[in-house]
Write a protein of this length. Structure first.
Length: 254
């Protein structure tokens, strides 16, 4: 029987598997958010997986079986949503949750009763967890080094500051509403044969001003907002025209 100490490194396997899901999700949205948004998800997964390990260690009383079960359980826990979405349009997709539970219970009782050498299964879990973590982490590192803009460009226009203390007793009654991706009435009627004149009339009767002939200054929301809020075009950002990093404009919107 292999000594239990050999498997101590394996306690990182369920954590790496859990983190790999957070890193993969971040990687798919990396152009829209910054690295700081990873802190809370990674910390939450660390606490959750630690709770899994403590509980399963209490049940199995063995390091090896604890690591194996915690790793598979973590993998199934975080992958359930993605698998459910993939199977959502298939018949009998509602059986996924019972199937997931059946696999979990089967694995638990198998590990609890078996006396077989599980070293090969352990090696597979460890290698899989390391690869699952390294792949998204490597892509994120590459993006942060080669794509992320470290020194954001600031506008040359200086917007005068406002003494907020002078506004304490003044009710704010100006609302700037941007109906993102909502077409102008003329466009809706021409291209989609949709008449929303009743909606426009309702807003006008409530005192709203409707810019009927307004057009977007940019095809992307983050650029349009950055331009509108700063009352200028963002032409000076054209030096980054080949970058996919949308956080370049973040400080113009905040």
């Amino acid at each position: 029987m292999v000594k239990e100490k050999r498997f101590l490194f394996g306690f990182f396997s369920p954590l790496l598997l859990g983190w790999s899901f957070a890193l993969t999700l971040y990687q798919h949205n990396i152009a829209e958010i910054s690295l700081k948004h990873l802190i809370y998800p990674l910390a939450a997964i660390l606490l959750l997986v630690s709770a899994f390990l403590l509980f399963f260690r209490f049940l199995f009383r063995e390091n090896l079986k604890t690591i194996l079960f915690a790793s598979v359980f973590t993998l199934m826990f975080f992958s359930y949503g993605s698998v459910a979405i993939l199977l959502g349009y298939l018949p009998y997709s509602f059986l996924l949750f019972p199937l997931w539970m059946l696999i979990v219970f089967w694995l638990f009782f198998f590990l609890k009763k078996t006396n077989k050498n599980l070293g090969g299964f352990y090696n597979f879990i460890v290698i899989t967890s390391i690869i699952s973590f390294i792949l998204p982490a490597g892509k994120i590192t590459n993006y942060e080094i080669n794509e992320r803009i470290r020194t954001p460009i600031k506008s040359e226009i200086t917007i005068p500051g406002i003494d907020k203390s002078s506004l304490k007793n003044i009710p704010l009654d100006i609302y700037y509403i941007i109906t993102d991706s909502y077409s102008a009435p003329s466009v809706s009627e021409k291209l989609f044969h949709f008449d929303d004149s009743a909606f426009v009339a309702f807003l006008e009767n409530k005192g709203f001003y409707i810019a009927n002939q307004a057009t977007s200054n940019y095809p992307k929301t983050f650029l349009s907002l950055g331009s509108s809020f700063n009352m200028e075009y963002l032409n000076y950002l054209s030096i980054y025209k080949n970058s996919s990093d949308q956080t370049i404009v973040t400080h113009f919107i905040q």
